[in-house]
Ligand binder design. Structure first.
Ligand code: AMP
Length: 281
């Protein structure tokens, strides 16, 4: 497995590949867990060469967010990627990606202000800008993203389409802990007590799915039922709970085939997200 630190090295490694190779790409911020590895495994299955990136992208963190304390476990991440058979890892320093304060941005308008974009202004602009840069540097044929970050996936799909990136976007299902908590690098911030309480996010989504299964299709009523589950955990502070169209991220009044229930909430100081399609595939 080649570890590449510069853009020039990465471009050279990419261009040295046989042009018939299908290159799969898994962008990450490191602190890898089974969720990330599921994307790598999907890439291994569908592609000849797998490239991953490990880059804690400063432009997607707000000034009061956790950029400095975000977990960094580079050596361990590389061991995991090597075991999965990854071919290339692009792991640049911030200075390599942003030698100057950026003034050029890629923004997917309107979608970027919804769900997490509403509570984290500028977050998705940072994501779409860095993913555009990574696509230009790695030049993948296919890129793999987790459904865990549902708004990010919708926004990347739209950006790829609107800007004609020659990249297929593949969404991969959410990987959960045995009790249902969605895996996240930020779960390491949780105290044992917060970890228990954090399950309220998953339980709230299950309740909404259950009520939908029992015939309730009115989104306001489903949201009220989900909120009740969160409110029972007094230590969990809700940021949002919405039912949206998974492609446009627009709020829905009643459940359609593409309806996604999406939740964000704080357990202590840790902001967690989760989501579920209401209509099972
Ligand atoms: P991150 O390192 O948090 O930026 O995540 C990198 C990629 O892994 C993104 O496409 C995430 O959506 C995906 N990912 C993170 N957690 C999970 C999970 N629990 N299940 C599936 N994909 C995930």
């Amino acid at each position: 497995m080649k570890i590449l630190r510069t853009i020039a090295e990465t471009r050279a490694a990419r261009h040295a590949l046989d042009e018939r190779c299908r290159v799969g790409f898994v962008p990450t911020m490191g602190a890898l867990h089974e969720g990330h590895l599921s994307l790598v495994r999907a890439a291994k299955e569908q592609c000849d060469i797998v490239a991953a990136s490990i880059f804690v992208n400063p432009t997607q963190f707000g000034p009061a967010e956790d950029f400095n304390k975000y977990p960094r476990t580079f050596e361990h991440d590389c061991e995991l990627l090597e075991k999965e058979g990854v071919d290339l890892v692009f792991a640049p320093a911030p200075q390599e990606m942003y030698p100057k304060e950026p003034v050029t941005w890629v923004t997917v308008e309107s979608l970027s202000d919804k769900l997490c974009g509403r509570s984290r202004p500028g977050h998705f602009r940072g994501v779409t800008t860095v993913v555009s840069k990574l696509f230009h540097i790695v030049e993948p044929d296919v890129a793999f993203f987790g459904q865990k970050d549902a708004a990010q996936l919708a926004i990347i799909r739209r950006m790829t389409k609107d800007l004609n990136f020659p990249v297929d976007i593949v969404g991969c299902p959410i990987v959960r802990e045995a009790d249902g908590l969605a895996m996240s690098s930020r779960n390491t911030y949780l105290s044992p007590e917060e970890r228990k309480r954090a399950l309220a996010l998953y339980h709230c989504l299950l309740e909404m799915k259950k009520q939908f299964g029992n015939g309730e299709a009115d989104c306001a009523k489903l949201i009220a039922a989900g909120k009740e589950v969160i409110l029972q955990e007094s230590s969990i502070r809700l940021d949002y709970l919405e039912i949206v169209d998974a492609d446009t991220l627009d709020s829905l009044q009643s459940v359609t085939g593409n309806a996604l229930a999406a939740v964000a909430a704080f357990a202590g100081n840790t902001r967690l997200i989760d989501n579920a399609f209401l209509v099972s595939a």
